[in-house]
Design a protein. Structure first.
Length: 102
């Protein structure tokens, strides 16, 4: 059954990656569909491959867990958490050295 559905869909759009992207966006993004099992039965391998590739380009923020783009090896926090950590670092630095400012 899944093979037949897959073959029919590939007749409409022969590029598997494009077809999978459209189906995932439609079934997961635009509406809550009951056809997700069929999607996974037809294109599960391609979906997993795309997930692995896409996750390889990202990492999780160490504070909040949000997915962020890998910009460098040193980036470990999203922009919001990075700003919060820098403010906290500045506060601690000021409190440690406040006797110099009085």
């Amino acid at each position: 059954m899944f093979k037949y559905i897959r073959d029919e869909l590939l007749k409409i759009e022969p590029r598997v990656n494009v077809l999978v992207d459209v189906l995932v966006e439609e079934l997961y993004g635009r509406r809550n569909s009951v056809n997700k099992e069929t999607l996974w039965g037809c294109f599960g391998d391609e979906i997993l491959k795309n997930i692995r590739v896409n996750l390889g380009k990202t990492q999780q923020c160490l504070d909040c867990g949000e997915r962020i783009q890998k910009e460098s090896r040193n980036k470990k926090f999203c922009n919001d958490c990075s700003v919060k950590r820098e403010k906290q670092r500045q506060r601690e630095k000021w409190h440690k050295n406040k006797h110099k400012y009085r």
